[in-house]
Design a protein around this ligand. Structure first.
Ligand code: UD1
Length: 389
């Protein structure tokens, strides 16, 4: 049996790593056992959407992901350019390789482009992390989720709410399989390693080019971590500027703020004339985009997380870090306080952010482990594919 799995952008890498490990374990076990069992031929395709070493290569190295067999070299561009170029290039791969299954993960442009291309070639397609819905069609990822889930033959969901979303949309029951959250496989496999890292080393290794460290490196619980990259937060000055003011004038009076900055956000800060203020503030610790281990370690010791990333909301749930989600909606409601998680939606309203920030800074860590977020999701994903083949 031949499987092509696809990655394109940073949040895909921690989802594909355990799946590839599960394939390797399967191939090793069948070499030792039943002669009739299938060896899986696996090809990894990287669309090339994220291409900087810090957005891509670092994750391959840290998570022992083998180099992609094929890189489509798509790079940056508008959504239509990224999706269109990926489809053109991926179609050639599917035609040449004739896989039995294409496996896509998450909700980035690669997920959409490659599921559409696979189905147009009548190739079976499996979506890992299916059924998430924010209900916000202005979010590019929501479009990617809707199209991918409508087309795929197998929908592997991270939680029961996601399975229910698919049922409500009329998805046939036999397509939906609840397997748990594959990203937590990666968290569990690496948390011991991450825990041993020092904050000081992380800061010095990743200090943003041009930044100086004005204050001492903070200890555990003495800093807040922030990540921000969604167009809805960083592309409008009216949204980004008040948030920056709140951070510089208020949060940094209580804590150091460690901010590994996404390339898009850095460009926008510069465009709005905010970059120098952020860079020169004594309690801001500006970092380049950090690798998986470093981010996990920063999260483990943070007093609070401010983020618009879906993956970090999930990691905060397991680690118990109080999390302010800088969005008005989430496709991951299971991470919210009302469902037992550590996260609260604060959108981009500064009054709301302030109120929740003051609650979060006093809030003790409270870990939560949703059903099947147990570190063994990848094995269940592969078993589902093998059972259906
Ligand atoms: C993409 C995903 C988003 C995910 C995010 C994680 C889609 C629709 N969005 O958004 O779901 O949460 O990745 O980062 O697929 N850039 C670089 N170097 C890189 C990659 C990007 O400098 O390696 C810059 C480029 O200027 C680019 C911008 O960052 O235009 C945005 O990158 P892009 O891949 O378009 O989307 P993300 O915002 O990263």
């Amino acid at each position: 049996m031949k499987i092509i799995s696809v990655v394109g952008a940073r949040p895909n890498f921690m989802k594909i790593a355990p799946f590839i490990k599960a394939i390797d374990a399967h191939n090793t076990s069948i070499m030792l056992s039943e002669p009739g069992a299938w060896k899986i031929e696996h090809l990894l395709v990287h669309t090339g959407q994220h291409y900087d070493d810090r957005m891509s290569k670092t994750f391959f190295e840290e998570l022992h992901i083998p180099e992609a067999n094929i890189n489509l070299g798509v790079g940056s561009g508008t959504h239509a350019e990224q999706v269109g170029q990926t489809m053109i290039e991926f179609e050639k791969v599917v035609k040449a390789e004739k896989p039995d299954w294409v496996v896509v993960v998450g909700d980035v442009n690669a997920t959409l482009a490659c599921s559409v291309t696979a189905k147009k070639q009548w190739v079976k397609c499996c979506h890992i992390e299916a059924g998430l819905r924010s209900g916000d069609i202005r979010m590019p990822e929501e479009i990617n989720r809707l199209v991918t889930d409508r087309l795929c033959d197998m929908l592997l969901t991270p939680d029961a709410m996601s399975s229910d979303n698919l049922r409500k949309e009329g998805t046939p029951e036999e397509k939906i399989i609840f397997v748990g959250n594959i990203m937590i496989d990666t968290l569990e496999a690496n948390r011991e390693h991450a825990a041993a890292l020092s904050i000081r080393d992380i800061v010095y290794r990743n200090l943003l080019s041009g930044a100086t460290l004005h204050a001492n490196v903070p200890d555990n619980e003495q800093y807040v971590v922030m990540t921000l990259h969604r167009p809805s937060n960083v592309d409008n000055r009216e949204v980004l500027e008040p948030l920056i003011r709140f951070l510089l004038d208020e949060v940094t009076c209580d804590f150091s703020l460690i901010w590994p900055i996404h390339p898009r956000t850095m460009k926008q800060l510069a465009a709005f004339g905010l970059y120098e203020q952020v860079l020169n503030h004594p309690n801001m610790i500006m970092l380049e985009p950090v690798g998986y281990f470093d981010m996990l370690r920063l999260n483990m010791g943070a007093r609070a997380m401010l983020t618009d990333s879906g993956g970090l909301q999930e990691e905060c749930t397991i680690l118990g870090t109080p999390c302010l989600t800088l969005r008005w909606n989430t496709e991951r409601p299971i991470t919210l306080k009302e469902f037992g998680g550590a996260s609260v939606l604060v959108g981009n309203n500064i009054d709301r952010i302030r109120t929740e920030y003051h609650i979060a800074r006093q809030q003790p860590r409270k870990t939560m482990r949703p059903d099947l977020w147990d570190g063994h999701t990848a094995e269940r994903c592969l078993k589902a594919i093998l059972d259906a083949s």
